[in-house]
Ligand binder design. Sequence first.
Ligand SMILES: Nc1ncnc2c1ncn2[C@@H]1O[C@H](COP(=O)(O)OP(=O)(O)OP(=O)(O)O)[C@@H](O)[C@H]1O
Ligand SMILES: [Mg+2]
Length: 256
Amino acid sequence: MGRIIAIANQKGGVGKTTTAINLAACLAEKGKHVLAIDMDPQGNMTSGFGIDKNQNEYSIYDAMCDECNIGECMIVNVIKNLNLIPASRELAGAEVDFLDTPDKQYILKNLITGIRKKFDFIIIDCPPALGILTVNSMTAADTVIVPIQCEFYALDGLSQLIYTINLIRKKLNKNLEIEGVVFTMYDARTNLSLQVVENVKDNLDQIIYKTIVPRNVRLAEAPSYGLPINLYDSKSAGAVAYRELADEVINNKLYL
Ligand SMILES: Nc1ncnc2c1ncn2[C@@H]1O[C@H](COP(=O)(O)OP(=O)(O)OP(=O)(O)O)[C@@H](O)[C@H]1O
Ligand SMILES: [Mg+2]
């Protein structure tokens, strides 16, 4: 039975998509069967895998609107062992479009329940908001990975996120767990990054991954080539870090 992981933080630009793409790709590289789902209207995960978000017949939005079934919007083997369900701009209207849909928080869960057994991991990239798309993602998920950028305001908004996760656990998905927190964009040249990591460790009662993703220009370049980091620059510090993170995720004690 596949483990469904939502990558979420309502803060923008903290490394959600970079983590979603590269964790998914490194899991696939290790032989796991992975489904990546782009729930962000920005479609950065879609383009990061080299898929033009305007060229697909169907996206996750169409499946959510019952315009297609989940298989029809899936792009098979965008890289070896990895299928992608792309986003499209229409997702931006989801808040209003699904206003009157019965069980609107469960749309994604209902779509993927039937296919989860085909995959080892389903990785969902969430938008930078705590709206209907993130709620759908967390309701469908087993766990949440929270990327935290190593910057001064790292802890801002984190209590809101944890509050939301607890609320979803109470009302919509009683089994939801925080899988862990991962630090991103760590800059070894500044004291600030180190201070942020120490500060968050002292203040956060969550599992923190040993892997700390460094600031690495190759990670920032890779999406413009439509490639995950392991295929863009396999030996880069970014690739090494996301492989380590994939190992930690695979070896999560809860699931062994
Ligand atoms: N470890 C890193 N090293 C260098 N650049 C990075 C790293 N992680 C992310 N970036 C860059 O930082 C920017 C924001 O990252 P990303 O898109 O992953 O964040 P996000 O949380 O998904 O943003 P949004 O909230 O808009 O969805 C991107 O330009 C990305 O390439
Ligand atoms: Mg993103």
